[in-house]
Design a protein around this ligand. Structure first.
Ligand SMILES: CC(C)(COP(=O)(O)OP(=O)(O)OC[C@H]1O[C@@H](n2cnc3c(N)ncnc32)[C@H](O)[C@@H]1OP(=O)(O)O)[C@@H](O)C(=O)NCCC(=O)NCCS
Length: 199
């Protein structure tokens, strides 16, 4: 699909996306100060492709590259905010969109202080729902390093199935780690259990 057509398809998503507790919207340059300390935490970056150490210039480059991706209709990164307080909680988004085969890669991270409150599940559910309903995607896929059982749990809760294991695909310090590949087809998405709206 040509970038203009892809961009207009992406434009069908009504932003911001709102869920019971969260607001999801594309990153802006003014988000960089809040973003950097959260993703600079090694516990957040370790199972992802987020560079470490993470500096202000990385945050600025991230915002620029995501704006370009969106303009070209190749992806839509979203930051996750607390609906009540507007505080930045994490990030998610539609990555590597393949319009021909109607699939995209799901990614997410949550600030360390907010883990275990169902935020990744709620945000990822909203992204998948928009992907299937608004973008008419057929498939969502996600890759998880084998030691990241929390993330695998998030995906399983949403209905993703384990589809494969890539041996020693990821370098974790001096270790090689397997990568687990998960997939979700249209019609397979499960709703997460509702959590109290005040966290
Ligand atoms: C993975 C991550 C996004 C999860 O975010 P979160 O908001 O804490 O996730 P949720 O609260 O929605 O769900 C976590 C689930 O894992 C469960 N869990 C916690 N520790 C676990 C463990 N060791 N093994 C398996 N499940 C575990 C929690 O109980 C919860 O499930 P529940 O709701 O059924 O109780 C967050 O830990 C993170 O940002 N990690 C670093 C970045 C990352 O890994 N990104 C994903 C790359 S694929």
């Amino acid at each position: 699909m040509r970038p203009v057509a892809a961009r207009s398809r992406l434009g069908q998503i009504r932003l911001p996306i709102r869920t019971a507790r969260l607001v999801l919207r594309p990153p802006r340059r003014s988000d960089v100060s809040a973003l950097v300390p959260l993703v600079a935490d090694w516990r957040v970056a370790r199972p992802t492709t987020i560079p470490h150490p993470y500096r202000r210039s990385d945050g600025e480059a991230f915002v620029r590259s995501q704006q370009r991706q969106r303009r070209d209709g190749k992806g839509l990164a979203l930051l996750i905010f607390d609906r009540r307080t507007d505080r930045l909680l994490g990030g998610t988004g539609f990555h590597s969109i393949d319009w021909r085969d109607r699939r995209f890669e799901l990614g997410y991270w949550v600030a360390r202080s907010e883990w275990g409150k169902g935020i990744a599940t709620e945000a990822a559910h909203a992204v998948c729902l928009e992907g299937f309903r608004t973008l008419r995607m057929h498939r969502v896929h996600a890759a998880v390093v084998a030691f990241n059982s929390k993330s695998a749990h998030v995906l399983r809760k949403l209905g993703f199935r384990l589809e494969g294991r890539e041996r020693e695909q990821h370098r974790d310090g001096r270790r090689w780690v397997d990568m687990l590949r998960f997939g979700l087809l249209a019609g397979e998405l499960r709703s997460p259990p509702r959590r109290a709206s005040r966290r």
